[in-house]
Design a protein around this ligand. Structure first.
Ligand code: BGC
Length: 773
């Protein structure tokens, strides 16, 4: 083994603001304008810019604002921005108060959680990531920005880029999964989609907001808002890159997280918000809190309300979302000398800069064109984009060959022929809101077609589609209440035995069963952690009863997170995981079930066999006592479950098969300034054309610190016609070999590496190379 010397390549310095930098003359004009404006502002008006209140039309946290007083607060100059005010007419009316009735006529910003579409729902973010198609993800964000901006929204609280290795955490649904390299690519694509070209020249470009900074995806025990504690090395090597990537892509705003980072809540964490984000990464935009999180600070036990509010400002928090803490406490704190005016000025300037950059001082009604919704909501084009994205996001987990007639050779159950009687069974089969997933606030939640409707349209007169509900979606009424927190959900009031009997009767006369089951829309998302990741008990019972009929079953699985579907994997011939696909769910499901679209999605988070394996992730380290095969005494493992995942990161099947050649490297040595090409030839050996996500992983064989066994360092989604081959090349530069060492220097070290290429994080072919000094 080559003795390694550290090559210090580059510290991550001030690359951040590149994409959002303005031309110097424009920046000078902005500074002059804002300086003049601020010279006229009172202390209260400046603090008003830092105060964000809710419009209350959408509920995303505990409300503090008093809706009746909203206009009065705006008129007095006491509000700088709003969230959750829904509807362009309402936004227009509120903006009118700000620019026609307040003393300095400063326009408001209107923010909302536009997470996976606005009126046209796209698949949930975890599903979008499963497409591994950055163009598709950018299109989703662009389409969402166009629709949201037509409704008065000029700021989305997205992308959420929190890495998580814990599917108990309900918010796994909002991010891109467990890998920082992929997460960074997704972050960049989304920022580009929302913000468009630098300059916000059009009224469809809106401010993006990367969140939740930082490490929100690593709560102890997977419990939302729980303690986070990790080493700086883990932070820098595994968790921080996607936020940094968003900053590099020019994201205009950052939302801090509810959790603590190094024992200090992110909201009041100066190291995080100032040293790292602004100084090291060069972020120039504004930082806002998560929902009322300044009010959480005393509960974290770091001081009284006044001192913690001041600490949040000192840390670099510009906007207080809905806590009213800045509003109530800062004026007095400035007057009594506890807070220097310069700190208020700094934060106020950043808010005004965001408004200036959007062009709101020139035209405060830029996003208030009341004629746009009719033209731009839920259009044919947007729906087609959503349908395409949905089909591409589905992950085919299993597709066994079966035959019910020994005289007929077995063949994969999917795709289905459009013939015979197709029984759709399960509560997700005829439920519209269930298609949408969490974090979606359209005007009409009954807009999506049901699975039954989609399949009927697809088969026309060629086949019969029948439906039975089969079971309740939840184990109990109490569970349902917790999930829907008072919101309405569709319930079947018949006795459970009657619901099941009807389903078995329907199944008896069918040629194939499509079991539409899984999590309900609100079972993942905020404050929706789970300690058991099985299908809800009534759904398991239904599946077992259906399996006893001997009919072939396709499980069409709805979920916002990885699930421990061991029984289902072992006992059902086909499983198509569709996540929450959005408004076009029904049509996209039909596209894939009948083979008009060949599935190509791949998992971006590991699926565990058991909750006890969590945290589980593909890019782990070897340990000194790795277990090669289950079970070996005195090796790192469990008595009752192997270390293998149920489905690994990067996994997903197709209706065709792909065969990988060995990995060819164009050289076996590389210098830090040089590069290598790693190539494979992928052959489509089946009968259908298809897309394949070819994945490159790298392992640093021996370094100054322990490195993961493999890390994703490249991926390409390629289209390969049946019978044809495609050569796929990956360029390996020293950038891909860098990591943060014990001194938190970003380095690559000479020595041996493995380049591994394959169809998922487990089935890989490998070649060796050496980085020389
Ligand atoms: C969530 C954020 C969201 C905010 C505003 C909070 O509860 O954590 O993700 O952006 O509410 O709705």
């Amino acid at each position: 083994m080559i003795k390694k010397l550290t090559i210090l390549i580059l510290l991550a310095i001030s690359v951040g603001a590149m994409a959002q930098q303005m031309p110097a003359d424009k920046e000078a004009r902005m500074e002059k304008f804002i300086t003049e404006l601020m010279s006229k502002m009172t202390l209260e008006e400046k603090i008003g810019q830092l105060h964000q209140i809710s419009g209350g039309d959408v509920v995303s946290g505990e409300l503090s604002s008093d809706g009746n007083k909203t206009a009065q607060q705006i008129r007095s100059g006491g509000v700088g921005s709003m969230l959750n005010a829904k509807g362009v007419e309402k936004v227009y009316a509120l903006q009118k108060v700000a620019v026609e009735q307040s003393r300095l006529k400063i326009p408001l910003l209107f923010g909302m959680d536009v997470i996976h579409g606005y009126e046209t729902a796209f698949p949930v973010p975890l599903a979008m990531a499963s497409t591994w198609n950055m163009k598709q993800i950018e299109t989703m964000a662009r389409t969402a920005a166009v629709e949201a901006s037509a409704d008065g929204v000029c700021w989305t609280f997205s992308p959420m880029v929190d890495i998580t290795r814990d599917p108990r955490w309900g918010r796994i649904v909002e991010g891109a999964g467990e890998d920082p390299f992929l997460g960074g690519a997704v972050a960049k694509a989304m920022v580009k989609g929302y913000q468009g070209e630098p300059g916000f020249a059009t009224n469809t470009q809106i401010l993006a907001c990367v969140k939740h900074f930082a490490l929100y995806g690593a709560p102890d025990a997977g419990r939302d808002y729980s303690t986070v504690d990790m080493s700086r090395l883990r932070m820098f090597n595994d968790y921080l890159y996607p936020y940094q990537a968003a900053v590099e892509a020019g994201v205009a705003t950052v939302m801090s997280s509810f959790n603590e980072v190094d024992n200090v809540p992110a909201t009041a964490n100066k190291w995080l918000l100032d040293d790292l984000l602004r100084k090291q990464w060069g972020f120039k935009g504004l930082v806002l809190t998560d929902y009322a999180s300044i009010n959480d600070l005393p509960r974290h036990g770091i001081g009284d309300p006044v001192s913690t509010t001041i600490r949040a400002l000192e840390a670099g928090t510009d906007i207080d979302m809905e806590a009213y803490a800045y509003h109530y406490m800062l004026p007095e704190a400035v007057r009594n000398g506890r807070v220097p005016m310069a700190l208020i000025d700094k934060a106020c300037r950043r808010v005004l800069e965001a408004k200036y950059q959007l062009g709101l001082f020139e035209n405060p009604y830029k996003y208030c064109d009341v004629t746009r919704p009719a033209k731009e909501f839920f259009t044919k084009e947007n729906r087609a984009k959503s349908r395409q994205a949905a089909g591409e996001s589905f992950v085919l987990l299993k597709n066994d060959s079966i035959t019910l007639n020994p005289a007929v050779p077995a063949k994969p159950l999917l795709p289905l022929a459009k013939q015979g009687t197709i029984a759709v069974i399960g509560p997700h089969g005829n439920n519209r809101p269930m298609m949408l997933g969490p974090w979606f606030y359209p005007h009409d939640i009954q807009r999506a077609a049901t699975v039954v409707e989609g399949l009927k349209e697809a088969v026309g007169s060629k086949a019969k589609v029948v439906f039975a509900r089969g079971c309740q979606p939840f184990e109990s009424e109490e569970y349902a209440q917790r999930v829907y927190f008072g919101k309405e959900f569709e319930k079947d009031n018949r006795p459970d035995t009657e619901i099941l009997a009807e389903a078995l009767n329907v199944a008896k006369n069918a040629d194939v069963i499509i079991a539409t089951l899984g999590e309900s829309t609100e079972m993942s998302g905020e404050s929706s952690s789970r300690s058991i990741l099985d299908l809800p008990k009534p759904q398991q019972d239904l599946l077992k009863a259906l399996a006893e009929t001997g009919k072939p079953i396709v499980l069409v699985l709805f979920t916002g997170r990885p699930l421990t579907i061991n029984w289902e994997k072992a006992n059902l011939p086909a499983i198509l995981n569709v996540w929450f696909p959005g408004t076009e769910a029904a049509y996209a499901i039909a596209d894939v079930l009948f083979g008009d679209v060949n599935p190509s999605g791949k998992l971006t988070a590991t699926w565990p066999q058991s909750v006890g394996q969590i945290p589980i992730y593909y890019n782990g380290k070897n340990t000194g006592k790795p277990m090669d095969k289950w079970f070996q005494k005195f090796r790192s493992g469990y008595l009752d479950v192997s270390n293998e995942p149920l489905y690994p990161f990067g996994y997903g099947l197709s209706y065709t098969n792909f065969e990988y050649s060995d990995v060819i490297l164009n050289d076996s040595v590389m210098s830090p300034k040089g590069q290598l090409t790693a190539s494979v030839t992928v052959k489509n050996t089946g009968k259908r054309d298809g897309y394949e996500v070819v994945q490159l992983y790298i392992c640093d064989k021996a370094a100054s610190i322990i490195r993961p066994l493999k890390e994703l360092k490249g991926f390409q989604k390629v289209f390969i016609k049946a019978g044809q081959s495609v050569k796929v090349d990956f360029q390996i530069t020293s950038d891909l070999l860098k990591f943060y060492n014990s001194d938190l220097e970003y380095v690559c070290e000479p020595g041996d590496f493995d380049a591994m290429i394959g169809c998922n994080s487990v089935e890989l072919k490998s070649a060796k190379f050496t980085l020389v000094e």
